[in-house]
Design a protein around this ligand. Structure first.
Ligand code: URA
Length: 444
């Protein structure tokens, strides 16, 4: 067997065997197969397609490139959530401590922001001192002590995914369903989960722009997850407008804290509670997702969820007092208020999530390439969201940036990201459809 024959077979539309995929992934992980051959394979596969069996093999060998975590002394079922990425999505910061305070163990492996989408690791690290590069022993200890750890992928967990993801990113091979499926599931299977809840996003601010593509991704994820005996549920959710009001690392941590106090924006509260309920039920600690959701709501009401976030922060190197009083983190940027234009009257109908993510990046709040340093304080607070009344001259958004010489450019771009109408429109529905092994269920 050699790489050239495997690339040729895929180029000509053939189906690769399990051992051919094993040869490629193992060879690439130990650097026997060079980047240029892997790039050629990736593009051939994207153009010719990969079927379910090939996607399963890809997932298997990416998973086997590292260790699989095991938690023999864990105090509860091991369940995680994964989102395919969006703008203003701080759900992981809310849900991981929340469900852990209800008895679910969450060894959450998250990613960094890239392109217009945010990343949980960057948000968490905007809390001074917090580390996410824990080793397996640290994660195991945290899971056994208090049920939750929030970390990044490492050389120990699905390293093939890290290597291949970097190559996909620079060879136009990201948005291909079999690669996304194998990438997400190899990391999640490495967590040794008893169940996985997926938030598959569709819309202008998501990887999958159309609902049809997002449905296909959800179907591939559930089918492959279940193939590996990991019970998997997916929610299809809307990512046309940003989630919540805050976009930018520290601003999103502040909003996550508001949510854990029960005071967050409705869309992010509803989504966090829905996915928490699913995780609690999937772990067998509630008889139904609805009962799980009630347990999560009680953990918010009692403050247990917020206390658990403070515990994560303390154990991973930060100051837990900052979670109970976010004003302890001194702000060094003054917000600039953009007001509703004088020629507008009526209601907000849409906010372009992709544009808002890109403006946040330009203001210093995101990453264009992986080496970029993020300004944790940079970002946007949306005072008006879809469905809300826009009164000329009143605040529309606050911009947090050190690039004050470009403030007018940012202001114009933000105003262009909004659409207004004189007619009141409905608030967008975030939770669209639910997929289990039994099939799709609509949320209407
Ligand atoms: N998230 C991942 O972890 N991998 C992908 O390929 C896309 C989104």
């Amino acid at each position: 067997m050699d790489a050239i024959h495997i690339i040729k077979k895929k180029r000509d539309g053939g189906e690769l065997s399990r051992s051919e995929i094993q040869y490629l992934i193992e060879g690439y992980t130990v650097q026997r197969i060079p980047d240029y051959q892997m790039s050629a394979f990736l593009m051939a596969a994207q153009l010719r397609g990969m079927n379910l069996n090939e996607t399963i093999s890809l997932t298997r060998y990416m998973l086997n490139s590292g260790s699989i975590l095991r938690f023999p002394g864990a105090p509860g079922p091991i369940v995680d959530k994964h989102s395919t990425g969006g703008v203003g999505d701080k759900v992981s910061l809310i849900l991981a401590p929340l469900v852990a305070s209800c008895g679910v163990c969450v060894p959450m492996v998250s990613g960094r922001s890239l392109g217009h989408t945010g990343g949980t690791l960057d948000k968490l690290e905007s809390i001074p001192g917090v580390r996410t590069n824990l080793n397996i022993a640290d994660v195991t200890r945290q899971i056994c002590d208090f049920g939750v750890a929030m970390i990044g992928a490492s050389k120990e967990i699905a390293p093939a995914d890290q290597q291949i993801y970097s190559l996909r990113d620079v060879t136009a091979n990201v948005d291909f369903i079999p690669f996304i499926t194998a990438s997400i599931l190899s990391k999640k299977l490495a967590e040794g989960l008893d169940g996985l809840v997926l938030d598959v996003k569709s819309g202008c601010g998501a990887f999958m722009k159309t609902r049809e593509n997002a449905r296909q991704l959800a179907e591939a994820l559930v089918e492959v997850g279940e193939h590996f005996d990991m019970p998997t549920i997916a929610w299809l959710t809307d990512m046309n407008a940003p989630l919540g009001r805050a976009i930018g690392n520290w601003l999103e941590v502040e909003e996550a804290i508001e949510c854990l106090r029960g005071e967050g924006p409705n869309d992010i509260m509803d989504l966090s509670l829905k996915l928490s309920g699913e995780m609690i039920a999937l772990g067998g600690l509630a008889d139904s997702p609805e009962e799980g959701q009630e347990m999560a709501q009680n953990a918010i009401n009692s403050g247990r969820g917020l206390d658990r976030l403070a515990k994560i922060v303390e154990t991973q190197g930060g100051n837990p007092a900052m979670i109970h009083d976010p004003s302890l983190r001194m702000r060094s940027i003054e917000p600039y208020t953009v007001t509703v234009p004088l020629d507008v009257s009526g209601y907000v109908t849409e906010i372009d999530a992709l544009a808002i993510g890109e403006i946040t990046n330009s203001m210093g709040g995101g990453r264009i390439v992986i080496e970029d340093k993020i300004d944790d304080e940079a970002g946007i607070v949306l005072h008006l969201r879809p469905g809300e009344r826009a009164i000329p001259g009143l605040p529309l958004v606050s911009l947090f940036t050190r690039k004050t010489d470009q403030i007018e450019v940012f202001e114009n771009r933000v105003i262009n990201a909004y659409k207004f109408s004189s007619k009141k429109s409905k608030k967008p529905q975030i939770l669209l459809e639910r997929l289990t092994v039994e099939g799709w269920e609509s949320n209407s």
